[in-house]
Design a protein around this ligand. Structure first.
Ligand code: RTP
Ligand code: MG
Length: 148
């Protein structure tokens, strides 16, 4: 299995509800490596580009206004199979269907405010990392990784 990178974003509700530390901790404890992270306000343009695949959906306007309403914490995580594993750690899109033990299953109630975004494929991860992280990501060795 190849080492991958994925784009993860803690949405405005997660930042406002003080879940940044818990979520970062889950990915660290799992064994993934943080290679980029920034707390930022999201422009209308960036939000629309990020969710472009949903632009014809009825909830698009609400989704964009939610993502631009308050800062997000955008990250890139690296590790073996990290794209699919991060999605499993997040749980199903609707927190009502997300299993306990997942981020959305533990902390979310509504589909509109579901705390976290994660890339859903290698193609999405490439596109989203290029969109959100214009500067280089940080390459470094983590010696602990030989135990994972
Ligand atoms: P995300 O892109 O945010 O990681 O979520 P996802 O892949 O699990 O779900 P996706 O189908 O890509 O939907 C994007 C976001 O749109 C909102 N949504 N609202 N009101 C609705 O019926 C509805 N459906 C989707 C959710 O916040 C979802 O995360
Ligand atoms: Mg999605």
């Amino acid at each position: 299995m190849a080492v991958e990178r994925t784009f993860i974003m803690i949405k405005p509700d997660g930042v406002q509800r003080n879940l940044v530390g818990d979520i970062v901790s889950r990915f660290e404890k799992k064994g993934f490596k943080l290679v980029g992270g920034i707390l930022m306000s999201v422009s209308q343009d960036l939000a629309e580009q990020h969710y472009a695949e949903h632009k014809e959906r009825p909830f698009f306007g609400e989704l964009v206004s939610f993502i631009t309403s308050s800062p997000v914490f955008a990250m890139v995580w690296e590790g073996e199979n990290v794209i699919a594993t991060a999605r499993n750690m997040m749980g199903k899109t609707n927190p009502a269907d997300a299993a306990p033990g997942t981020i959305r299953g533990d902390y979310g109630i509504s589909v509109g405010m579901n705390i976290i975004h994660g890339s859903d494929s290698p193609e999405s991860a490439q596109r989203e990392m290029a969109l959100w992280f214009k500067e280089d990501l940080t390459d470094y060795d983590k010696t602990v990784n030989k135990w994972i």
